[in-house]
Design a protein around this ligand. Structure first.
Ligand code: NAD
Ligand code: WQD
Length: 365
């Protein structure tokens, strides 16, 4: 793998914070809005003055997240418990009040599970998105922001990864479902000029709202690195397994581009704003442009939490790649957005959420 040494992030410092302007009556439908990224985005939308409806079947979340959103925002999003695969339920939602745009988070995301039950992933993610697009078109809604993933790049030939780099081969059905949806939405927008679609390729979302009231609440034992570390710090898990220390990286452990979930949420508002003037499909990486190794993440979390994270080196995890981080310049130039929160804030906010909510959203306030 080639690392572009000339890649300079200094230009980010020139960026001034973008102000999102939308008429107060703009109504956004957020699918999967009770989940981790969706709830933080629903909050950002409410705080920016949007009218928000969330639909979620609560298959991987609880509506407690939306109660916390309401507590922070001082107003609640409208919530409809519904499945995006159910056309009748979708018709009812679109029929309630005109929708200006849809931000589409709803989907299943557990990589390992997708290998065990691939059809569930293709049904929820691909067929679910198809049903959603049909309902949107039927109700005259043609603006869609879609949660894609850096997983569509597969094992990248070079880093940092640019949006125009050839897409790779995702190593699992979850990743393939994201790639299929990207292709489906691209075909759809090519067939009908009314569509304005954003494909947002997230890198590794982490962190929590700075209030400590909202965060990631995985079911059972976490698959992802940071929730796992946080639960080790809290004493819920004994030690972290570091999956491989023989990668071609500085310290041998995997390198990823971790992005604070609140920065990510703000990126959706910027994309929504930009889509007004962008028919067709627009693709943006949402990352920081900075990679950190697993060992760097452990050290940073120890510093932020004051806890020691016991770990042992374990074999590589199947399907993992050595390095993945974004060239985030397209979003900076075209959206006027960049991730502002650094690793320290990601760690401190994660720890505040974990320490204050040991049982996640099941913790009694
Ligand atoms: P999440 O599981 O917390 O949120 C997804 C939400 O969608 C959940 O609340 C779930 O109940 C809901 N949902 C699932 N299937 C549904 C259906 N058929 N109908 C209605 N609701 C349904 O996950 P997240 O981390 O917030 O991820 C949001 C989106 O971003 C997903 O599409 C995911 O694939 C994508 N993404 C996530 C990451 C990540 O690491 N978290 C990275 C890249 C992309
Ligand atoms: C990060 C690093 C692991 C856990 C996954 C999905 C991807 C996207 C984001 C949705 C890697 C190492 C991890 C552990 C470890 N999701 N690790 N011990 O694999 O980059 O991406 O989530 O689109 O599609 O694949 O994230 O947090 O699982 O791993 O050493 O217990 O931490 O090997 O280097 P990943 P992750």
């Amino acid at each position: 793998m080639r690392v572009d040494k000339d890649y300079i992030r200094a230009k980010q410092d020139r960026l001034t914070e973008q102000i999102i302007t939308m008429p107060a009556s703009t109504h956004i439908l957020v699918t999967g809005g009770a989940g981790y990224i969706g709830s933080h985005t629903a909050l950002a939308l409410l705080q920016a003055g949007f009218d928000v409806t969330v639909i979620d079947n609560l298959s991987n979340s609880s509506d407690e997240s939306l109660k916390r959103v309401a507590r922070i925002a001082g107003k609640a999003p409208r919530f409809v418990k519904a499945d995006i695969r159910d056309r009748e339920q979708l018709n009812a939602v679109f029929g309630m009040q005109p929708v200006n745009a849809v931000i589409h988070f709803a989907g299943l995301k557990a990589v390992g599970e997708s290998v065990q039950v691939p059809l569930r992933y293709y049904d929820n993610n691909v067929a679910g998105t198809l049903r959603l697009c049909e309902a949107m078109a039927e109700h005259g809604v043609f603006t869609l922001v879609f949660s894609s993933s850096a997983t569509v790049y597969g094992d990248p030939a070079t880093v940092p990864i640019r949006e125009d780099q050839p897409l790779g081969t995702p190593t699992n059905p979850y990743g393939r479902s994201k790639l299929m949806i990207e292709q489906m939405l691209t075909d759809l927008a090519a067939s009908d000029a009314r569509w304005h679609v954003a494909l947002l390729r997230y890198f590794n979302p982490v962190g929590a709202h700075e209030s400590g009231l909202m965060g990631e609440d995985p079911n059972g034992i976490p698959n992802n690195l940071l929730p796992y570390i946080a639960q080790v710090a809290a004493g819920k898990l004994r030690e972290l397994s570091v999956f491989g220390n023989d990668y071609p990286t500085a310290d041998g452990t995997g390198v990823r581009d971790y992005i604070h979930v609140v920065d990510l949420a703000e990126g959706h508002l910027s994309a929504l704003n930009a889509l007004k003037a962008r028919p067709g499909v627009s693709v943006w990486n949402l990352g920081t442009g900075q990679g950190y190794s697993v060992l760097e993440m452990i050290r940073a979390f120890e510093l932020a939490s004051g806890k020691t994270i016991p770990f042992r080196i374990a074999p590589r995890r199947a399907g993992d790649i050595a390095m993945c981080f974004a060239d985030a310049s397209r979003a900076e130039i075209e959206l006027g957005w960049r991730a502002r929160r650094r690793l320290k804030a990601m760690m401190e906010d994660t720890w505040r959420w974990q320490a204050g909510n040991p049982e996640g959203y099941r913790t009694k306030p």
